[in-house]
Design a protein around this ligand. Sequence first.
Ligand code: NAD
Length: 278
Amino acid sequence: MQDIWAGSRAGGFSNMDRMLKGRGVVVTGSTSGIGLGIARALAGAGANVMLNGFGDAGEIERLRSALAAECDVRAAWHGADLSKPSQVRELIAAATGELGAVDILVNNAGIQHTAPLESFDDERWDAVLAVNLSAGFHAIKAVLPGMRARDWGRIVNIASTHGLVASVEKSAYVAAKHGVLGLTKVVALETARTGVTCNAICPGWVLTPLVQKQIDERARRDGITAEQAKGALLAEKQPSGEFASPGEIGSLCVYLCSDAARQIRGAALPVDGGWLAQ
Ligand code: NAD
């Protein structure tokens, strides 16, 4: 069983004061990786959480019940496929029903596909744009009326360093993540005089299944071990030489949900070991 606390304690930000007690949260793509780290951090701060994402039903139920028990919050799960706008709306409706309101929305679900542009599959392009970019638009559209009515809300979009710079063979992903930052700024401006904020987090390399797939592909391509491929991946982009952890992303998310972060609006905040400083 995946250790849902792995990395969460390494964030260095105390979320023990339960400052989000009673808030309703949706974290998309939270059955794995960064989304799970964010769900754990927000639940640790007292928020009730609607999980979303794919995976083995028994494993997801174990994650859900562990989160609820360890953090003493309500936790639910909805299996919406976010590539389908109607299912995004169903997820928000279900979360509103389960948790009373969606006060915090974290658009995290994402997929990757790598190929040179000339051979980039059309359907993969559409899928990457649908999950990484359009799902966020549909979810924000669904939660904003309620947030405006209560004059409080936090929207956090998980973009990427690839929202600000590019890499080869990632046309759809880089286009989608640049789009996420544009969407973030527009929502921030449209809500600027309200208690709703919208920001983006730009992680560098975080060791999750999404990145493990790229490590394995690189190892195969270059005839090296997975460990060597991991080192090469970091050396190429991330000056710290270390992966960021899901818990560190979660800690920043908790901070963005605090009242102290009220004037952070439309920002793109890197957690990237120095990637973007180069
Ligand atoms: P992951 O593969 O570990 O998790 C992705 C999650 O999204 C899973 O829960 C999966 O079930 C869910 N998901 C995928 N397609 C979905 C769909 N159609 N509908 C609903 N859920 C779906 O990936 P991760 O590395 O944790 O990535 C999370 C986010 O962070 C993504 O937006 C990714 O682009 C971004 N990101 C990751 C890294 C990294 O290094 N891992 C770096 C920068 C940005």
